[in-house]
Design a protein around this ligand. Structure first.
Ligand SMILES: C[S@@+](CC[C@H](N)C(=O)[O-])C[C@H]1O[C@@H](n2cnc3c(N)ncnc32)[C@H](O)[C@@H]1O
Length: 283
């Protein structure tokens, strides 16, 4: 079987299994199997696969057809230009969250090279903490998560991206994990925000592979915004900002939760598809 035939056959199979963008995924899986950048496949369409390569590809395609996320199969994703390892213990970083991380580092860069601090509440793979640490050389980040397995992954990712020495990894349930009196310039969070009952209706890639603790935002999906709005104040410096990502359609509710706790909402920002997804507030 040639590279081109392998792509076509795999894409057909993935399409029948309702995998979105089957041709792209077939190409990415084959590129992973052959350890080639995807674009290199195009220069090798006539290359004949060895039996071991064919077997390897078949296994990868089977996993994807069972709706395992591509990133779990390849073991990594890209976030703000950083390679981030992923596994079942943490949410696969989403492209929208890159915008949140960017807002965070742009704010900390206004400190110029003065030391600054940030709390990444619910760090998962560590993607936000790592992106901010990499962009802001004078920043110290605290990466907090309730999952020890997620924190271990975040720590490995930070080491791999050479920012581990400026990230403190903290295991615990929300602000209870922090000493009273600690204050940050920035509190940033992409918390779980799916309503509990809605989780079962999500795509298999999400409901079966992202950890429940990374998805479940309580009965209406808004529990973490209530917790953040009620408890973050004392942990934020007087000129600090809190930035949170939320789900499509939650903007008005999240804004009123923060306003009810006397936060001044300074911006609600849309993602690239013009849907409001991020709230920025201060004391
Ligand atoms: C939606 S995921 C976000 C992960 C990562 N920050 C990202 O944007 O890809 C939410 C994270 O919050 C963590 N989490 C859930 N409940 C928590 C709690 N009570 N305290 C701290 N972290 C919590 C989950 O384990 C998960 O890693």
């Amino acid at each position: 079987m040639t590279v081109l035939e392998a792509i076509q056959k795999s894409a057909d199979f993935l399409g029948k299994k309702n995998v979105g963008s089957p041709r792209l995924h077939a190409e990415l899986l084959l590129a992973h199997q052959l350890k080639l950048p995807r674009m290199k496949l195009y220069l090798n369409f006539d290359r004949v696969l060895t039996p071991a390569e064919t077997d390897g590809l078949r296994e990868l395609v089977k996993r994807r057809a069972a709706r395992e996320p591509l990133q779990h199969i390849t073991g990594a994703t890209s976030f703000c230009g950083h390679e981030i390892a992923v596994n079942r213990h943490a949410l696969v970083p989403r492209p929208e969250t890159e915008q949140l991380a960017e807002l965070g580092w742009k704010f900390l860069l206004t400190f110029n090279l003065q030391p600054s601090t940030a709390l990444d509440f619910g760090t998962g793979t560590g993607c936000i903490a790592i992106a901010i640490a990499a962009k802001c050389p004078a920043a110290q980040i605290t990466a907090l998560d309730i999952s020890a397995d997620a924190l271990a992954l975040a720590q490995a990712n930070a080491l791999q991206n050479q920012v581990a020495e400026r990230i403190e990894f903290l295991l615990g349930d929300g602000f209870a994990a922090l000493k009273t009196g600690r204050q940050f310039d920035l509190i940033i969070s992409n918390p779980p925000y799916i309503a509990s009952a809605e989780i079962a209706t999500l795509e298999p890639e999400v409901k079966d592979f992202d950890p429940r603790a990374a998805l479940d935002g309580g009965p209406d999906g808004l529990d973490f915004y209530r917790r953040l709005a009620a408890a973050a104040g004392p942990f934020l410096k007087p000129d600090g900002k809190i930035m949170v990502e939320f789900g499509d359609g939650q903007a008005a509710a999240v804004k009123s939760i923060f306003e009810a706790e006397k936060w001044i909402v300074e911006a609600v920002q849309a993602d690239y598809s013009q849907r409001d997804r991020i709230l920025v507030a201060h004391h």
